[in-house]
Design a protein around this ligand. Structure first.
Ligand code: ADP
Ligand code: MG
Length: 330
């Protein structure tokens, strides 16, 4: 009687704050995810096994509202969520929650929706009901993740291409444990600043900008889009030095020009650079706390983790492979 669906969180290798600027991103689905157990009920009910701040139901209600806006009315269900993605750690527990909800509700109405339309539905839920003006990256990768692969996504055309991660490269996620209250409002402020910069530059979005016109926000977005394309080439060529340099440049740009990093993230990136086996390190996700993603020589993973733990004892370190996308599991 109970059906279960699973949706992964993600890291983003490079291309931060570019998705809502019609740019490029390179996310990877991870092995941490959210499972929803679904049973028929008298009335629609949501519960969670995870300690979540008040108001978490908005993410679920947003997805339901988007279903209804498309003429789909699910029967009453009891939805119970359990997550292995830490909440607010920049690993997109929110997209995992939305996408697992969407899969459950779509199954309940018997509709097979193209994955990109499901991603769009979940993004609209977060924008319209939660009130965060996010792009499509997190929902896209939770649905389109593939084992062993990153995805290069053009957020304007929604064309995407799988990019294999060499088996001897490991991903180490380092969570600062810092959760800034302001993250949501600052995010929306950045989005507004980008729209203003685009207007001043006479382009419809910063994707089209070639000069920054003195705007630090535009400078980040223009440079970051270029870095994603270069990183994809470096990954394909297995040029680890170039990958590392591009990740470092991305982090510096997010810190200095986009101003979304924080002391704990900067410290983790600086410490990672001194650890054995490191290929590259940068903050991942929206910023203001959350996590860094570290690419590490696989055979040196244990040494890297031990050394980083030693230098930054406050951080929580997790190793993950690139995972497949959201699916029914029972
Ligand atoms: P991130 O997506 O990086 O984890 P967000 O602030 O975007 O950070 O989303 C975190 C929010 O999503 C939580 O505060 C909570 O409201 C909601 N959430 C995510 N996963 C769950 C869950 N399993 N149960 C309840 N709420 C959740
Ligand atoms: Mg989120």
């Amino acid at each position: 009687m109970t059906k279960r669906f699973w949706a992964p969180g993600r890291v983003n290798l490079i291309g931060e704050h570019t998705d809502y600027n019609d740019g490029y991103v390179m996310p990877v689905a991870i092995e941490l995810g959210t499972t929803v157990s679904v049973t028929p009920a008298e009335t629609m009910r949501y519960t969670t096994a995870t300690a979540a701040p008040a108001g978490w139901e908005k993410y679920v209600e947003g997805v339901l509202a988007q279903m209804r806006a498309r003429g789909l009315e699910p029967p009453p269900l009891a939805l119970h969520f359990e997550s292995t993605v830490p909440l607010g750690a920049g690993l997109s527990s929110s997209a995992a929650l939305e996408v697992s909800t969407a899969l459950a509700l779509l199954e309940a109405v018997g509709v097979e929706m193209p994955l990109m339309d499901v991603a769009r539905l979940c993004q609209q839920a977060e924008v319209e009901t939660v009130g965060l003006g996010c792009g499509i990256m997190d929902m896209f990768i939770s649905l389109h993740g593939r084992e062993g692969q990153a995805m290069l996504l053009d957020c304007r055309t929604l064309e995407y291409k799988a990019a294999p991660i060499p088996a001897d490269i490991a991903m180490v996620i380092a969570d600062t444990g810092v959760r800034h209250e302001l993250a949501g409002s600052e995010y929306n402020t950045r989005k507004r600043e980008c729209a203003e910069a685009a207007r001043a530059l006479g382009v419809s979005s910063l994707r089209d900008a070639v000069e920054d016109g003195g705007s630090k926000r535009a400078r980040h977005v223009i440079g970051e889009n270029r870095r994603v394309v270069e990183f994809a080439a470096a990954l394909a060529a297995n040029d680890r030095a170039a990958m590392g340099e591009l990740m470092a440049a991305s982090h510096a740009s997010l810190r200095d020009d986009y101003e979304v990093s924080c002391r704990e993230l900067d410290e983790l990136v600086e410490c990672a650079a001194r650890c054995p086996g490191v290929i590259g390190s940068r903050m991942t996700g929206g910023g203001f706390g959350g996590s860094t993603i570290n690419l590490v020589e696989e055979r040196q993973t244990d040494e890297f983790v031990a050394a980083l733990k030693d230098l930054c004892p406050g951080a929580r370190l997790r190793v993950s492979r690139a995972s497949g996308g959201a699916r029914r599991i029972q």
